[in-house]
Design a protein around this ligand. Structure first.
Ligand code: NZQ
Ligand code: ZN
Length: 391
């Protein structure tokens, strides 16, 4: 196991009716003027925004509102939010929604005290200062409620780029699983897929002797698959929603990724897809993962055979472990398909003729173009071959 530092200071407030704590938590973390930042309307329609406003009113904390965050959040609204926060002297941002509203909030938070263009932070420049961010989560998926990441798409070129920094970890996250019951089945499945991807990105490692994190990841994968099936069949099942929601946070606050090298090539390949086609991130990952794993599994057949046996219930073929490894990848693909995810380029709405463009614009997680490096260093030819496996 490698040396590591783990510092996940987010205060989590989990359970029924917890959105009513928003005002008290903003106060606890020093906010005196709030921007409530949210998405395209689901949080208004459900009455959640009104409950959050009432909670701030009870603490006499003034607020302004900025809605309209799109899935795959765009730079334009981030610029608008930065201007608004400066003009209105906002000192705390409260994201209400999913990864998109939270990531847009984080990008605004980093942009307000910064003299240059916030996009610098998505092109490799470290964030040095940021407004504090709190979240009220409405979808179990991206894990942004516990991560220091923000992923934004720049309208100039539709390039989707991440920024990773500890400064942007939320001060608090409110997680009421009941809020996720209104999700359409497709979004629920996209969330399940993204959570599984965050687990695979950490599981695929060449660091030796990482039994504890291997086992934590496997437990989370087993949970997400079991509860995922349950929630697709029974969307109002609170307990299934609750288990998936907490699994989503644990999958991405890095508790299960410490002390080991991680991959993240599936995410790099996917971000080009959701950047270009504006598809849901989870749906893109459902197409990428089986193809990627089929391309790379021979680097460590036993690791892929291990997840096949321990998570997907395959029987170990000691004579031919490759068969076991491939069967595990096939079972992953079948599971994704069974919950309604696309698993091919055409099901996603992607086009074969765009592969050269996708490969040309690829960047690693730090905005460095040219090749992507994780478990394997993938050059343009590798990435072309992987995209072709998705056809
Ligand atoms: O905009 P509204 O009307 O709220 O609708 C949203 C949106 O259409 C809807 N929704 C959310 N909660 C709902 C609901 N509809 C009904 N009831 C509810 N309770 O669901 C749709 C998707 O929302 P979004 O926030 O886009 O989903 P998600 O949480 O999957 O976030 C995706 C974004 O996060 C990024 C992705 O790339 C993508 O841009 N990621 C962020 C990460 C991070 N910051 O750590 C890591 C991830 O790997 C990922 O890259
Ligand atoms: Zn993801």
């Amino acid at each position: 196991m490698d040396n590591f530092v783990f510092n996940s200071p987010t205060y989590f407030c989990f359970g029924k009716d917890t959105e009513n704590e928003a005002g008290a938590l903003v106060k606890k973390f020093g906010g005196s003027k709030v921007l409530i930042h949210y998405g395209g309307g689901s949080a208004v329609k459900s009455g959640l925004i009104d409950r959050v406003k009432a909670s701030l009113d009870r603490e006499n904390i003034p607020y302004i509102l900025l809605g309209g965050v799109q899935p795959n959040p765009r730079s334009g609204l981030v610029y608008k939010g930065i201007e608004l926060c400066r003009k209105e002297k906002v000192d705390f941002i409260l994201a209400v929604g999913g990864g998109s509203a939270i990531d847009s909030s984080k990008a605004i938070a980093g942009g307000v005290p910064y003299d240059g263009d916030f996009w610098d932070h998505h092109s490799g420049k470290p964030v040095e200062k940021a407004l504090p961010v709190g979240t009220v989560l409405t979808i179990a998926a991206a894990g942004s409620e516990g991560s220091g990441n923000t992923v934004i798409t720049h309208e100039n070129g539709m390039l989707k780029r991440g920024c990773r920094t500890e400064i942007l970890r939320p001060k608090f996250s409110i997680m009421n699983p009941s809020l996720t019951c209104t999700l359409p089945a497709f979004q629920t499945a996209c969330g399940i897929t993204d959570i599984l991807a965050h687990l695979y990105e950490r599981y695929i490692t060449d660091t030796k002797e990482v039994e504890v994190t291997d086992r934590v990841i496997e437990a989370l994968m087993l949970t997400v698959v079991k509860e995922g099936r349950r929630v697709i069949a029974d969307p109002y099942n609170y307990e299934a929603r609750a288990n998936i929601m907490w699994a989503g946070t644990l999958a991405h606050n890095n508790v299960c990724g410490v002390g080991r090298r991680q991959d993240w090539n599936s995410h790099a390949l996917e971000h080009e897809l959701s950047g270009l086609y504006d598809c849901a991130h989870g749906a893109g990952l459902a197409v990428v993962m089986p193809a990627m794993f089929t391309y790379i599994y021979e680097k460590d057949v036993m690791r892929f055979a291990q997840v096949a046996v321990r998570v997907w219930g395959c029987e170990m073929n000691f004579e031919n472990p490759k068969e076991t490894a491939l069967e595990g990848i096939e079972r992953l693909k079948n599971f994704l398909s069974s919950i309604g995810m696309p698993v091919t380029f055409s099901e996603l709405g992607a086009r074969q003729e765009d592969i050269p463009y996708l490969v040309d614009t690829l960047c690693d997680g730090n905005g460095r173009p040219g090749y992507i490096e994780g478990y394997l260093k993938l050059d343009k030819e590798d990435c072309t071959n992987i995209y072709k496996l998705m056809l």
